[in-house]
Structure formats: structure tokens, C-alpha cells
Ligand binder design. Sequence first.
Ligand SMILES: C[C@H](O)[C@H](C)C(=O)SCCNC(=O)CCNC(=O)[C@H](O)C(C)(C)COP(=O)([O-])OP(=O)([O-])OC[C@H]1O[C@@H](n2cnc3c(N)ncnc32)[C@H](O)[C@@H]1OP(=O)([O-])[O-]
Length: 408
Amino acid sequence: MASYSVLHGSVALITLQNPPVNALSAAVRAGITDAVQRTLKDPQVTSVVICGQNGRFCGGADIREFGGSMSGPPLVPMINAIEAMDKPVVAAIEGVALGGGLELALGCHYRIAHRQALVGLPEVTLGLLPAAGGSQRLPRLIGLPAALDLITTGKHILASEALKLGIVDQVTDGNALNMAVEFARRIVGKPLDPRRISTLPCPSPPDVDFLLDRVLAQVRKRARGALAPVACVGALRAAVFLPFAQGMEKERELMGALFDSGQARALQYAFFSQRLVSQLENHCCYWARYGLVPRHIAPEEILERCLYALTNEGFNILQDGMAAGPEDIDAIYVFGYGWPRHRGGPMFHAGQVGLARVLEKLEHYQHKHPDVPYLKPSPLLRRLVAAGSPAVQKWREFLNKDRVHSQL
Ligand SMILES: C[C@H](O)[C@H](C)C(=O)SCCNC(=O)CCNC(=O)[C@H](O)C(C)(C)COP(=O)([O-])OP(=O)([O-])OC[C@H]1O[C@@H](n2cnc3c(N)ncnc32)[C@H](O)[C@@H]1OP(=O)([O-])[O-]
């Protein structure tokens, strides 16, 4: 939803209303669209301020809508319509302006922020890219190097840093909304063309190809196999080499490839599960509602039951000859599933914990949960422990001897 009011007889105030972060749900987008139309029709209105209720501008597109049918007015035309208005539009940024929230602000002609507000385009952390013009407007506003850094990392920056980059025009330690309203009254009549970012050329540094290739290599190394950072670089490359409209087409095409990817769904799941779990820690009514009897569970118990069952299946895979050595299993987890490299992989981890301890714990949990088949210790694990728990680097040799011995 978005409320509409007129201040001082001439400044239209559009307030995003979707707690807790004023995410751009279908209802909010419809509210903004209606309010923008009202400002255009009201001859008394000479300038517009957009803000968010409860001291937060906007946390971006409504991630909860991603799994469903995306109804309501689309973001891109809405932002383009705001930018095209012939009445100045000022974004009053408090709290956060992230993702689509910052893209909305970039469609405004001016941006006034509270010094402690956070701005950024964190879409890449959700397996996506800025898809409401952010990949095309931001480099036009702050240059390609800074835009590459912000968009491929998804980092949030304080408004004071955003001021230095040129993302916001003014910051205040006071009331950003009041400052924005006063600013909106003062700038009536000033030319708006230079303020329409989409009409600006995208500055192209002399070594632009080298810069793009270097950043592409960096993001590929930093997040091996991740699709979104690579797509972000592709969208920014389009911003430099294509006119805005074609760059927007490229942004839309790249987002389309990411939106339904397994990586995006996984990262968005992780976003919500992180918050759900942190809420459940002391959510006693949740237990009551589901008839759960709270008991103390050490984090180690959850870790051990998940990890040791996983490594136990690894021993069964080695025993069945489906993998030649533990390295084959660990490489799959490290390079394919993002297992922390500094922890080597599940089989290496078992060696570090100590095979005797892994066996002891599996026997303990199997005794407690006889109905869980994956907790039954692998015969190979028992043989390795009986052989003195050789280092993981020796298991391949042990397996070869084991296979020769079993064929005699
Ligand atoms: C077109 C465009 O290009 C693209 C496609 C996009 O725009 S994609 C979207 C891009 N935007 C983001 O990536 C920002 C994600 N959010 C955050 O980083 C943080 O939320 C926060 C804004 C810095 C606030 O942190 P917080 O610590 O004060 O509170 P919280 O616990 O995190 O969140 C408080 C509550 O708000 C919910 N929430 C937060 N952001 C949300 C969002 N964008 N959509 C829906 N719900 C959101 C969150 O799930 C939690 O819900 P519940 O658990 O209470 O039910």
C-alpha cells in the first residue's frame, strides 16, 4: 500500500506502507502507481517526495512474492514513469534503500538520506541481479568500477559513503523526510533532464574490457559456480556498451535466466530460514502449537547426526567401489556444493574428528534411533578403525588392499 497526502499545499507525499521493511509488494506497487497518477493530475502539486513508513524507505522487491504469480504493476515501467515525470521527485531515504528500493530511489530525480541509512543492491546474495534498472542506472551515476563493486558483492553501504560515490545528493543527521520536503519546495522549476539517470551516458574507463574481464575472473574465483555474480557483470557490460533501452533488455534477459534457477531458490530459502530459525529459538508458543516438548539439544548433536550419517554413506560408497578414494567424495562437496575448502570435505572432516569417535557416535545414535538406517556404521568404517584409523590420505591404498584381499 502507499498513502498519499499534500504538504504545504504543493508537495505531494507518497508513503510506502508494508511493514516491516516496506517491501515492494503488488499492493505497494499499485499504491505508488496510483499516487503518481494523482500527483500528475493535481495542479496544486509542484513537487513530490517518496518515503517509507516507520523510518524505513524500502527493503526491495517483496521476496515472498517470488515463488508465486507476480501480479500488480511491474516495477520497471513504474520507476521509468517516475523518472519521466515533469514534476521533481525526491526520495527521502531512512533506514534502508535496498534492491528495488534503491532502484526506486534511482528513478527519482534527487535522493536525500539519513546519514545512518543503508543503501545497496544486494540481489546477488539472493541469486539474482538488480532487475529494475539498477544495473543500468547505477554505473551511469557512479561509474563502472564502483557499480561493479556494489552490484557483484551486494554489500550495503552507509548513506555517508553513498554521498561520496554520488548515489545520494544530501545526507542529514536530522529528519531526512523534513529535509526532503523542504528540498522539494526549493527545486521547483529547475531543469529535470540532467536528473534523469537513464538519459546519461555510461562513463567508460579507458581499460573497460580489461576491467570487466578482471572482475569477471574475480567473481568466478570468489563464488565458484555461482551464476548471479557472472550475470551481474554481463548486465554492467551492457550498460557500458548499449543504449539504456537495450541495456534494460539485456538486464531483463539475464534476470530471466537467474529467476527460476536452483541457486536463486536456494539462496532465497536460506534468507528466510535464517530468520525463521532465529525466531524459533525462544518461541515457546511454537512448541506448544506443534506439541513439541522442548529439550536441550546441543548443536553438536545436530551436527553429528547430519554429518556422521553423511560421512557414513561416504564409507559405504567407497566400500561399494563407486568412488576410488575419499578425495573423489570431498572434491564433489568442496567444488560442487560449497563445502568450506578450509575444512577439506566430509571425509577429510571425519579423519580430523577421529574415525573411532565417528564410529562411537554413530553407534550411540543408532542405538537411540534404530529406525534410522543411515546411522548403522559402515563395515568399511569399522575396518579402518580396527586398522588403527589411518590418515585419510592412506585410505585409497587401504581400499585397494582391501579389494585385493576380498577377491582372494
Ligand atoms: C527488483 C529488484 O532488483 C530485486 C529483484 C530485489 O529487490 S530483490 C530484494 C532485495 N532486497 C534485499 O535483499 C533486502 C533483504 N532484506 C534485508 O537485507 C534485511 O531484512 C534488512 C532490510 C536489512 C532488514 O534487516 P533486519 O535485521 O532489520 O530485519 P530482518 O529480520 O532481516 O527482516 C525483518 C522481516 O522483514 C522480512 N524482509 C526483509 N526484507 C524483505 C524483502 N525484500 N521481501 C520480503 N520480506 C522481507 C524478513 O523476512 C523478516 O520477516 P519476518 O522474519 O519478521 O517474518
